[in-house]
Design a protein around this ligand. Structure first.
Ligand code: C2E
Ligand code: CA
Ligand code: CA
Length: 276
């Protein structure tokens, strides 16, 4: 029994080593993949709950890997953040999103803003303001049509200097959203002092609206929305999968929604075709 236990340990370790190795190999392949153009962006609509208009789109990165097929961000973003390769990768995402959004003509009403996820390392980089300024200039994208999504934990772990950079960007007119709001330890009083314009409420809260006995969830969400509005923040609910959830969110006063009920992530061409 003892020998078998030992064998199991050896096997477990070998498996784990192989998994780690595969993870690192994938991460190490990011720079070459960037050069070969293997990354691309899908976009998911953010829809106004008031009039059903698409007010914005979130850029979500995908990797068309030559051997592994299309990889979702969850399989490579975490490691790219650990190794620092998120800086060139995230830089490419930001540039590509600005480039594409800059070319969207406002055929019907206002063109949607593009919302880009920023990792903590990107926010902490000293050159962020210059990078964004340069991209807005070279792509012609108006600052109001760029939104930067920063997670709660990034916001809370970020020192004074980066917060100042975000404030500079906000002063230019760039929108700053807190992503996955409600999953960390951010509080609304603290938000008053941050250069934030929008809260993206995490899908878990919205999932709670599914059950008929979810009065408490609904009341929590309602008070969150009214507090956000008191602070001049707009609220987008994430992970909205059903018409029932959308109805309840609308009744609560939530501004916009994102989720499968309103549209899955898709190519810019197909998304724009739907808008026109
Ligand atoms: P996120 O920022 O919370 O993005 C939303 C994720 O939820 C997307 O997954 C989207 O496909 C998924 N989703 C949208 N609607 C629904 C719904 O109704 N139900 C459910 N169950 N899921 C929904 P995706 O594209 O796999 O992205 C996963 C995460 O990867 C993102 O979560 C974001 O944290 C990260 N990510 C994606 N692109 C980038 C990027 O360019 N840079 C950085 N730093 N992170 C990125
Ligand atoms: Ca996001
Ligand atoms: Ca999110």
């Amino acid at each position: 029994a003892k020998a078998a236990g030992g064998a199991r340990w050896a096997l477990y370790d070998a498996d784990r080593d192989r998994r780690e190795l595969a993870r690192y190999a994938l991460s190490a392949a990011i720079p070459a993949a960037l050069e070969r153009g293997e990354f691309y962006l899908d976009y998911q609509p953010l829809t106004s709950l008031r009039d059903g208009r698409v007010v914005g789109v979130e850029a979500l990165v995908r990797w068309r890997h030559p051997e592994l097929g299309v990889l979702r961000p969850d399989s490579f973003i975490g490691l790219a953040e650990e190794t620092g390769l998120i800086v060139p990768l995230g830089g490419w995402v930001l540039a590509e999103a600005c480039r594409q959004a800059g070319s969207w003509s406002p055929a019907v009403g206002a063109a949607p803003f593009v919302s880009v996820n920023l990792a903590v390392r990107q926010v902490r980089r000293p050159g962020l303001v210059q990078e964004v300024r340069g991209l807005l200039r070279s792509t012609g994208l108006p600052p109001e049509r760029l939104q930067l999504e920063i997670t709660e934990s990034t916001m809370m772990s970020t020192a004074e200097e980066p917060v100042r950079a975000l404030r500079t960007l906000a002063d230019l007119g760039v929108r700053i959203a807190i992503d996955d709001f409600g999953t960390g330890y951010c509080n609304l009083a603290y938000l008053r002092d941050l250069p934030v314009t929008e809260l993206k409420v995490a899908g878990q809260f919205v999932a709670g609206l599914r059950a008929p006995e979810s009065r408490a969830d609904e009341r929590i969400l309602a008070s969150l929305v009214s507090l956000a509005h008191a602070l001049d923040l707009t609220v987008t609910a994430e992970g909205v999968e059903t018409a029932g959830q959308a109805d309840r969110l609308r009744a609560i006063g939530c501004d916009a929604a994102q989720g499968w009920h309103f549209g899955r992530p898709d190519s810019a061409e197909r998304l724009l075709a739907r808008l026109h």
